[in-house]
Design a protein around this ligand. Sequence first.
Ligand SMILES: [Zn+2]
Length: 253
Amino acid sequence: MVLRYSFHQIEEKNPLISFEKICVTLDIDWACDEIIEHSIKLLEEYDVTATIFATHESSLLKSLDRKHFEIGIHPNLASSDNYEKTIDSLLRIYPNSIGVRCHGCLQSTNIFRLYIRKGLKYDSSTYIPLRENLYPWWRLKKLVCIPFYWTDDTMFYSGFSFDSSQLHLSNNGLKLYVFHPIHIFANTQSGEHYRKLKSFYHQPDKLINLRGKHGGTQTLFVELLRYLQEGNVESYTCRDIYREWIRYSKDEQ
Ligand SMILES: [Zn+2]
């Protein structure tokens, strides 16, 4: 893929790039199936498609309808002494994955080269909080970087109230939301709340009793799903965004 525009020229063309799309993504972070299922049921109830970044083998994730749910991989490279082995083991479980978001957002040029060598097409590990007019970009000419706009843990650590204005839905550009099934399930409300429930991470029967009673992460997740459903706003997977960016890049050549 040869780009006609330098980075600087693309920046100048910014007003012409319109990426008015919303993506809902889940980082699984080793949650058990019962906890993941809670998020999946909400997505199904509101008929919202999503991209799910998987950390481990899950019979639930493997059984999902690929028309509505895209599965990418979510390797923990910061704790890995062999990046290639870690990525290979996830790709063996989810061989059709074309996307990756690294747990903890770890990234480097060598990691991007490894993704490309493994056949991955896009990376979504770059966090650009609440920035307007976001759109993807190329890295090493072969990897599409799809930035994320909003994440649930930033929200509950910030201490803001859990009303829908905190989703910043009126900003222009690509808005990619990151949620974690554990925080949806527990309706996590603050860093302190998360510290309390963390020791029951894999015990949904105990977590239920520790669920946030009022506003929390699930509140905002449902607000987002309701906004999409009631406004008839289409949600996109990261794979859709990747394809759109490929189309855009070809048109520009
Ligand atoms: Zn993660």
